[in-house]
Design a protein around this ligand. Structure first.
Ligand code: ADP
Ligand code: MG
Length: 346
């Protein structure tokens, strides 16, 4: 239609981030109020009164982002809201409204859609967010959920991916790899069930990692903690694709390198034991697993004292020199270069 058949580039050659970079190159901005367009966790729009509006959208597609074989619709609704609110938090902002785009097939009943909305409503109530609209259409490719979240922040407190400076401390909220291990567990039980439909799923005692996968929480508490301590992060991103991918975004956009210490990366004991059972390296699950929705941010070294020993966060490294690489430092002080590991759905 629009393409010259002899000059066809496969999307898989670019990957998700390559495609976005390519498209962004040809998109200009003309409104002075557009402070940030493509390239961060949310767009930033100046309200002109010292406040900004933050806008972000995320689409979840059946068979790509979730499997209704093991994801209850109520959890899916909750998660769909959570992951969008997480992108508002990742700008150091507070979410206020969401709109919900819904693609449905006749496979879904009213009761099923009500379950989905019960989950969305729960997340909205929990984070004090209003559901203010959306759109409903027919989908021939399974359930599609497209959610847009709107939030606010003081203009001088917005944390971009691009603000990290040499010697800043790199901080992570919570722990990593749990959501990925929860997914491995659900996938395994699905295979067992396919082979033997009378088998009972063996998910008992794995609550933490299952919740990490099925019911992630946006870290609004961290935004509020930083505010109460008078700390403005120099850069921030949420961990949707794994720590490796996210630290590379901060390094690339800030123009600096980073050293992360392997033994500092926070992992829950259940993540470690489940990874061991699956013959996976626990740190790798945190580095490239994804979907943890924790906040990764940098602060000035002079702010560190205010956060020290806080159980909600862990310092995991520091920003290094201009143009340096992102590296993982082993306990033996060897340096391993971190490479791009974003999800490639194409
Ligand atoms: P996140 O993981 O934080 O949701 P993404 O990696 O999905 O961020 O997106 C990175 C940036 O690219 C964001 O600014 C997003 O708005 C933008 N983006 C993603 N897809 C498109 C698209 N199809 N057209 C324009 N901008 C896009
Ligand atoms: Mg994000």
């Amino acid at each position: 239609m629009f393409e010259n058949k002899e000059n066809r580039t496969e999307l898989s050659e670019l990957g998700e981030f390559g495609l976005i970079d390519h498209l962004a190159k040809h998109i200009g901005l003309s409104h002075p109020s557009t402070l940030k367009g493509i390239g961060d966790d949310a767009a930033v729009i100046d309200q002109g009164n010292g406040q900004v509006t933050l806008v972000t959208t995320d689409m979840l597609t059946e068979g790509v982002h979730f499997d209704l074989g093991y994801v209850p619709l109520k959890h899916l609704g909750y998660k769909a809201i959570s992951v969008n609110l997480s992108d508002i938090c990742a700008m150091n902002g507070r979410p206020a409204q969401v709109v919900v785009g819904l693609g449905l097939s006749n496979r879904f009943s009213l009761e099923a859609v009500e379950e989905l909305y019960a989950g969305m409503k729960l997340a909205c109530e929990r984070y004090n967010v209003d559901l203010v609209g959306g759109d409903t259409t027919t989908s021939r490719a399974g359930l599609v959920l497209s959610i847009t979240a709107i939030g606010t922040a003081a203009k001088n407190k917005v944390a971009y991916r691009s603000g990290a400076q040499e010697n800043d401390i790199i901080i992570l909220s919570g722990d990593l790899g749990g959501a990925y291990m929860g997914l491995q567990l659900l996938e395994r039980e699905k295979e067992v069930f396919k082979a033997n439909p009378s088998a009972q799923p063996d998910l008992e005692g794995f609550d933490y990692i299952l919740e990490r996968q099925l019911k992630p929480e946006p870290r609004l508490d961290i935004v509020e903690l930083l505010d109460s301590l008078g700390i403005i992060p120099t850069s921030m991103i949420d961990v949707s694709d794994g720590l490796a991918s996210e630290i590379l975004h901060i390094c690339k956009q800030s123009g600096y390198g980073a050293d992360l210490y392997i033994e500092k990366i926070p992992l829950d004991p259940m993540t470690i034991s489940t990874a061991d059972a699956f013959n996976l390296e626990p740190v790798t699950c945190g580095m490239s697993g994804g979907e943890d929705y924790e906040l990764l941010f940098t602060i000035k070294a002079s702010d560190f004292e205010k956060l020290q020993n806080n159980p909600l966060i862990t310092p995991i490294g520091h920003i290094t020199g201009k143009g340096e690489r992102a590296r993982l430092i082993t306990p033996q002080k060897e340096a391993i270069e971190i490479t791009a590991q974003g999800w490639k759905h194409f």
